[in-house]
Ligand binder design. Structure first.
Ligand code: MG
Length: 177
């Protein structure tokens, strides 16, 4: 981004909004015969995450980052895995619900950044679709959502192909009362 002349001046909105950051992560075991879904997109692969819902680590990490930024608790509080209501639930539903919770609290999402840790398969070709899906669920433009993938270099549970993880950061604006 090139520096603008306006960069010297305080942003017009700085007195009306404050920025808050949140972090989220998720880890699921991968087993044969489960569907692999990331950001609501089905990825063809022989393994998928074990989970009460669809095990969408990307959506879960993003939900926690957003809830954390707004200090609204965590995904377990809003979507308990003891509830039959969320059994095999599509996690895009969680993203849409979190969007509503934030809106009700006067929060606007600035951007999301998420890294998926997965040994196989390669995600590069799926990332544009995942990005669009997450952006639509959250009411954002695609350039407000960044999705990256990283392999585990053969190390730890991700590297051995036994697990999938996601780490997310969210920035939000909160309207001052
Ligand atoms: Mg999860």
């Amino acid at each position: 981004m090139s520096p603008s002349r306006d960069a010297q001046k305080p942003a017009a909105s700085s007195s009306q909004f404050r920025l808050r950051a949140g972090i989220g992560n998720d880890l699921h075991r991968l087993v044969t015969g489960r569907k692999l879904i990331l950001g609501g997109v089905r990825i063809p692969f022989e393994k998928g995450p074990v989970g009460h819902s669809d095990g969408d680590v990307l959506a879960h990490a993003v939900c926690d980052a957003l809830l954390g930024a707004a200090a609204l608790g965590d995904i377990g509080r809003h979507f308990p895995n003891t509830s039959a209501r969320w059994k095999n639930a599509p996690s895009l539903l969680f993203l849409r619900r979190v969007r509503q919770l934030l809106a009700a609290a006067g929060c606007t999402i600035v951007n999301i950044d998420v890294t998926v840790g997965l040994e196989r398969p390669k995600l590069a070709s799926h990332i544009p679709r995942i990005t669009r899906r997450v952006a639509v669920a959250l009411g954002l433009k695609p350039d407000q959502v960044s999705v990256k993938a990283k392999s585990g270099e053969g190390l730890d549970a991700v590297g051995r192909g036994e697990a999938i993880r996601a780490d997310a950061v969210a920035l939000i604006q909160v309207r001052r009362p």
